[in-house]
Design a protein around this ligand. Structure first.
Ligand code: BGC
Length: 747
């Protein structure tokens, strides 16, 4: 046996070229697949289950050895296939050495981590990055995250989160790309490409993991982990495509979601994990459960004990059990007693080994264990430059009455007010899922602003109040500073902790005392620029009615202060557009632009139409909205043909001019509506966007191509079809402001 193992590894070692993974919907070379089978033949049932067992380390503490005695013993016994939350080039190398030298099968372990928006160089939260509408830049941002993560010994990144979210009460809306399927799919693909690089085997690539499969963002009432119940049509049209886009872009792994869908928990859903993912989509990679999701099948009450939970999860197609330890402790007996077929175990192990081969771990188990690289690459200045660029492109200008912005650098006195403006809350600027090791990594707003100004300008700072607590208010001190100043910059919003996982909220106003502070500043009559920092759309109706300038800055990461100052003082003309609708009130949620018409579309003053008595239907700020310091004019929208056949494409062109006084970038958005169809279609759907830059007075023609797939939808038989009839095309700078034309599809 021993000899045979040595032989297998010798072959693995020299077969580098044969391992190259092209796509997660293809098997590896027949040679590598055969090798995987022969390895499986040599494994005991416990060793097989070991590959399906993932344990949590001590997370991001880099100072100590990360495995305790029990974990080390499990590792040596071959009972651990991967780790969660362990990093550090030296420590991961040390642990890998145990796997390679002290286990019988000598199968390398994988190190997984949540590098959601940067590792050490924290970039904007994904929702913010989606506001850039710049997939190339988002890919670069993901690339630097991967380079740093890999340098820190990580192999596998639990990102991107591609869950569509139409409910800002859900804290995890921060981790995704917002409400739209087209934008979300573009961002999903960009991130996968960035994480995985051109070639998974090259240094600096991480395995991507599209999560959370499926529809985790559809939680009822925006409450985290809550039930999802929706039609197969909505799943296929709105929620599934970003996972598919991630796979098409090369993602080798997926994470199963916590939530149930229509009575079946995702992590125990054979339909999702096998029928759809493996059979329909042809996915050959692996699925890892979310944290304790296998154990949670007990809470869902679809399994009476852990053995049953493990059998349901694995048989559904969830290959790796993240931290529940059910597979490793319960399934060997289930196989022995005939409750679980060993072939199901083998198939899961096959997928895990395939991914390890695809990532080149059999070739070089220590590929990322290079401490010198870790020192060189973390927080590299080139990475900071990318972080700054994407941070400024993520900022969305929501309001700018009387062109109060950009501010002049010759302003005499600026009052900088708010808990998020100073150095104290730098960690919060990094947002959810940011493992800021040193607050000094983050440029605060006060530092960013100071770096723009000469000694001629005085910046008077007071935090004004605490970020969440109602006690310790310093409103009177802040007001005093405001009164002495020419302009007030108020930096308010959410802390890191109220955004992300397990951070659902029913009240989306600014925290009470921060709003009191803003109202008091408003009473001074001074011009105010409100900068909001948050992980979700907030309800800003009062602010929109009363404050002349509003800047949506999200949580922007380590370059926050610099990026924000670039925008506030006009060194960068804002170009961000909202990837999610901003409601007027929580009562409007869920609110999204691509809704259906209903049988009684809203008619002003007609009570018996689909509307509210106490609120307009319209959002405060629509999807795709964002201002610039210049203005753009749209004209001359044209289609290449007034009628096309079902299998033909069509081009749309439009002229955009910069009619203002500064050069700037505009995100040109293309929406379509299938006017009449056999199933109801949304009032409009995004099908294209392009970010262009225009100098003052410049005009450009932008072209889009609509492919048959863009015009298709799932018919009553759940088949994707293009139906004959007219389509309306809308082109504009946001989803509510456009020019339009029509074309017809004929048989
Ligand atoms: C989250 C996942 C994450 C996992 C591991 C879970 O609580 O839902 O998104 O990848 O933890 O950290």
């Amino acid at each position: 046996m021993r000899k045979e193992i040595i032989k297998i590894f010798a072959v693995a070692f020299f077969a580098h070229g044969l391992l190259t993974a092209q796509s997660p919907t293809q098997l590896l070379s027949p040679h590598t697949e055969a090798k995987i089978d022969s390895i499986i033949k040599l494994m005991t049932i416990d060793e097989k289950l070991g590959q399906l067992n993932q344990i949590g380390g001590t997370w991001y503490d880099t100072k100590t050895e990360r495995l305790n005695e029990e974990q080390t013993a499990l590792l040596k016994a071959g009972s651990i296939g991967s780790f969660l939350g362990i990093n550090g080039a030296a420590e991961t190398g040390r642990i890998q050495r145990i796997a390679m030298e002290e286990t019988r099968m000598k199968i390398p372990v994988m190190f997984g981590a949540d590098i959601i928006h940067g590792f050490r160089t924290i970039t904007p939260i994904p929702l913010a990055e989606a506001s850039s509408w710049n997939p190339e830049l988002v890919e670069r941002s993901a690339r630097i995250a991967a380079i740093e993560g890999a340098a820190a010994g990580v192999h596998w990144n639990y990102a991107p989160m591609v869950d569509i979210a139409r409910d800002p009460r859900w804290g995890r809306i921060a981790e995704g790309s917002g409400e739209d399927v087209f934008l979300g799919s573009a961002m999903a693909a960009a991130r996968v490409k960035g994480f995985q690089g051109k070639n998974l085997l090259e240094y600096g690539s991480l395995l991507a993991c599209a999560k959370h499969f499926a529809a985790y963002g559809g939680a009822e009432a925006g409450r985290d982990y809550n039930t999802v119940d929706m039609s197969e049509r909505s799943l296929r049209e709105i929620y599934f495509p970003p996972y598919k886009a991630a796979i098409d872009a090369g993602a080798w792994t997926l994470m199963s979601a916590f939530n149930e869908i229509g009575g079946v928990p995702s992590s125990g859903s054979h339909w999702l994990m096998t029928d759809l993912l493996r059979k329909e989509w042809g996915f050959k990679g692996l699925v890892v459960s979310d944290y304790t999701a296998i154990m949670e099948l007990l809470n869902h009450r679809i399994a009476k004990d852990s053995t049953e939970a493990g059998i349901v999860g694995l048989s559904a197609g969830v290959d790796i059990d993240m931290v529940s330890r059910i597979y490793i402790y319960k399934l060997a007996e289930a196989v022995r007693s005939g409750k679980l077929s060993e072939e199901i175990v083998n198939e899961a192990v096959r997928r895990v080994l395939r991914v390890k081969f695809a990532y080149g771990l059999f070739n070089d188990p220590y590929r990322n264990a290079k401490p010198e690289k870790e020192k060189e690459l973390l927080l590299h200045k080139d990475h900071r430059a990318v972080a700054r660029e994407i941070a400024r492109q993520s900022i969305v200008l929501l309001k700018n009455e009387k062109s109060i912005l950009p501010l002049s650098t010759s302003t005499k006195k600026i009052a900088l007010i708010g808990p998020l403006a100073g150095k104290e809350h730098r960690r919060d600027l990094a947002g959810a899922w940011a493992w800021v090791q040193n607050p000094d990594d983050v440029v605060s707003v006060i530092e960013g602003i100071a770096s723009k100004l000469s000694s001629q300008t005085k910046v008077l700072y007071d935090k004004g109040c605490e970020i969440e607590s109602d006690s310790g208010s310093r409103i009177s001190q802040a007001v005093k500073l405001a009164k002495q100043s020419d302009v007030v910059i108020a930096v308010l919003g959410e802390s890191q902790h109220v955004s992300g996982e397990a951070a659902s909220k029913t009240d989306l106003d600014l925290p009470f005392m921060q709003k009191e502070l803003l109202k008091a500043l408003h009473k001074t009559g001074k011009p105010i620029v409100l900068v909001v920092m948050n992980g979700r759309p907030l309800t800003l109706q009062w602010e929109a009615d009363n404050i002349p300038a509003i800047v949506e800055a999200w949580h922007l990461g380590v370059e926050t202060g610099n990026a924000l100052a670039d925008v506030l003082f006009g060194d960068y003309n804002p170009s961000g557009k909202l990837p999610v609708t901003f409601p007027r009130s929580v009562g409007q949620i869920p609110i999204y632009y691509n809704h259906k018409s209903t049988g009684r579309p809203m008619v002003e003053k007609d009570k018996y139409t689909s509307r509210y008595l106490d609120s307009p239907n319209s959002p405060l700020y629509p999807f795709g909205f964002g201002l610039s310091y210049t203005t753009f004019s749209y004209s001359n929208v044209k289609v290449s043909s007034s009628s096309i056949k079902k299998d033909q494409k069509i081009n749309v062109s439009v002229d955009i001019g910069n009619s203002g006084k500064r050069s700037g970038e505009e995100v040109v958005q293309l929406y379509i509506r299938d006017d009449v169809a056999t199933v109801t279609r949304p009032v409009k759907e995004l099908k294209g966007f392009k970010k262009i830059s225009l100098n003052t007075g410049e005009k450009k023609t932008v072209e889009f191509t609509l492919m048959p797939d863009d015009l298709s939808f799932y018919n009553l038989d759940m088949k994707k079809v293009v139906e004959p009839g007219t389509f309306t095309v809308f082109v504009g700078g946001n989803s509510a402001d456009y020019i339009e034309t029509k074309f017809e599809v004929v048989e």
